[in-house]
Design a protein around this ligand. Structure first.
Ligand code: FNR
Length: 183
């Protein structure tokens, strides 16, 4: 059957290269996957004092993640780590204690940066959280996408065939990984 993949993008910027990359992955995905971006910019900062009466945006987000079969993270690197907005979404989804929306769901991580290092630091800091969240994470191919300023045309589409092929291999590997590891 079709697997629903929640796509979480770690940038709120309108012209985000990461959002473009997420769109490219959705276009290249096999028909066995349905990718939908789950927005995170509206989530109030996580505050344990609000666990008893959580904001509606937290509850809706947790339900969207729970409804997905798998999660694809596409994130920039901020100061060699994960943007705060993404870490906030991870924290919101992980609570209340014992009811984490992430638990056990297959995951994959792509980092995208205009820089040469391709967001390696963010990619691996994110993986540290995913270990604790008990999400089986796709290991290969790793996806550190550098030079993002040159990869997309004005419509936000991938310009070169080599990158398209790489994105395709990544999303195909994730589809196979989901079949092996889905709950
Ligand atoms: C950055 N940027 C950045 N890039 C990088 O490769 N490593 C880094 O550590 C950082 N640090 C950083 C911190 C902050 C606060 C900002 C705003 C930016 C640059 C970043 O990769 C660039 O702005 C990307 O375009 C962000 O991704 P989106 O928004 O295009 O998806």
């Amino acid at each position: 059957g079709v697997r629903n993949v929640a796509v979480v993008v770690g940038s709120l910027r309108k012209g985000s290269f990461n959002r473009m990359a997420a769109g490219a992955l959705a276009e290249l995905a096999p028909s066995s996957l349905r990718l939908s971006i789950i927005e995170i910019g509206q989530l109030p900062l996580y505050d344990q004092d609000e666990d008893a009466e959580p904001p509606a945006a937290w509850t809706a987000f947790r339900a969207q993640i729970k409804a997905a079969d798998a999660v694809l993270f596409v994130t920039p690197e901020y100061n060699r780590s994960v943007p705060g907005v993404l870490k906030n979404a991870i924290d919101v989804g992980s609570r209340p204690y014992g009811q984490s929306a992430w638990a056990g769901k297959p995951a994959a991580v792509m980092s995208v940066s205009p820089g040469a290092v391709g967001g390696f630091g963010a990619n691996h800091h994110l993986r540290q959280s995913l270990v604790f969240l008990d999400m089986p994470v796709l290991q290969q191919p790793e996806a550190y996408v550098g030079g993002a300023g040159n990869l997309f045309d004005e419509a936000g589409k991938l310009k070169n065939e080599g990158t398209q092929k790489f994105f395709k291999s990544f999303i195909d590997a994730f589809a196979a990984w989901i079949e092996r590891t889905a709950l």
